[in-house]
Design a protein around this ligand. Sequence first.
Ligand code: FES
Length: 156
Amino acid sequence: MAKKESRRSFLELATALIGGILSLAAGIPLIGFAISPAFKKPESKWVDLGLADRLKNSRFKKVDYTFMAKDGWVQATKKRSVYVTDAGNGEWSVFSRTCSHLGCLVRWDAQEESFLCPCHGAIFDKTGAVVAGPPPEPLQKLETKVEAGILYVKET
Ligand code: FES
C-alpha cells in the first residue's frame, strides 16, 4: 500500500514538474513578445513640411503638421507645431513649440525676438536657448533636409 502511495506521489510530482517546465517554455517567449515594443527605440522619420520655396525667408513662421508614429503597439496620428526660420542662405532652423519645462506650447514674439511660454513665464532666445524661467533645456531644434524642393524635418 505504501509503495502504491509513493508511486502516486512521484507521478503527481513528475506531472507538476513537466507542466511547470512546459508553461515556462511557452510563457517566456509570449511575455517577451508582449513587452518587447516597450524597449524598442522609437523610429525616426522624415516628415514633409512643404515646399522650401514657399517657406524661404521665413522668420519664425508657425507650421502645423501631422504624421504617423508607432508607440509600442499603438500606431497613431500625432500633431506637431514648429517654428521655421530661414536665414536666406538655405540654412534652415526648425524649433519645436513644446516647452522643455512641462510641455506647454511656446509662441514667437517678433517684438521681443524671443519664444515665450505662457505657463511659467519661460523665455527662450532666437537660438532656442533658455533666457529666463524654469526650463532645464533649450527648445528642441529638429534636424532638417531639403530634397526635390521639399523641406523635411526629422521626427522621432
Ligand atoms: S511649461 Fe513652459 S515654463 Fe513651464
